[in-house]
Design a protein around this ligand. Sequence first.
Ligand SMILES: [Zn+2]
Length: 273
Amino acid sequence: MNQARGGDVPLLAEDELPPVLEEGRNGSSNFLIVVDHAGARIPRCLGDLGLAPSELLRHIAWDIGSLGVARRVAAALDAPLVAQNYSRLVIDCNRDPAVPTSIPTRSEATEIPGNVGLSVAQSAARRAALFDPYHRHIGALLDARLAAGRDTILVAQHTMTDVYQGARRSMHAAVLYNRDRRFAGLVLEMLRRETGLHVADNEPYFVSDATDYTIPRHGEARGLPHVEIEIRQDLVGDEAGQALWAARIASALRDAQHAFLRTSPLDPQGVSP
Ligand SMILES: [Zn+2]
């Protein structure tokens, strides 16, 4: 059982999908789109983590529709995209591995038996196989862009559940940030131009060091303009919804970039003299 839970052997077999999905690396855009919760896959050696198949398709396993939206946004902007292929239930790639919920033993009301009582080695194997390669990949891409004198605006695409702990969420989407609202504020303004669209400002949650990793690590720490975007998952469950939202978001990002450049020219990787 220990070995089957990924203690002593590499978590991913050679014939399994790699952790990182990358597309459009050489795109001409200033944007980099990242999708931390794109995939619902579980490494084969971990089985189903003790969960019913229906649980593995729910929001607790992945951000439904997020990759479909992000791919279309990236294509529309000619931007590179980096996404995680494996489920957040194995290890959450938008959470500091030092935080206890990095490998959750419970998500909403669902207990995750395959995550209970892991040894230090088992947790480390998940990090080494999935978390580290993903963040190394993003870091290396940002380093390469910096070395090439290219600007970057970081966009983290997520989707959120429409019903959380019994309460239906009324917003259609949300724009999230923590220390640096410069770019996020502009994206919010652009999305809110559309009548009838309810786009929340840093609700129902916000970016923080305890609940997030990607924006603090790759956006804030490098001083890059950035935004985290949430869309309610029931709006992007099919291709039509994904296409509609991708067009909306691509247009908001484009216009936010124009507005941003008018006020504060991009400094590659943000390091001011
Ligand atoms: Zn997410």
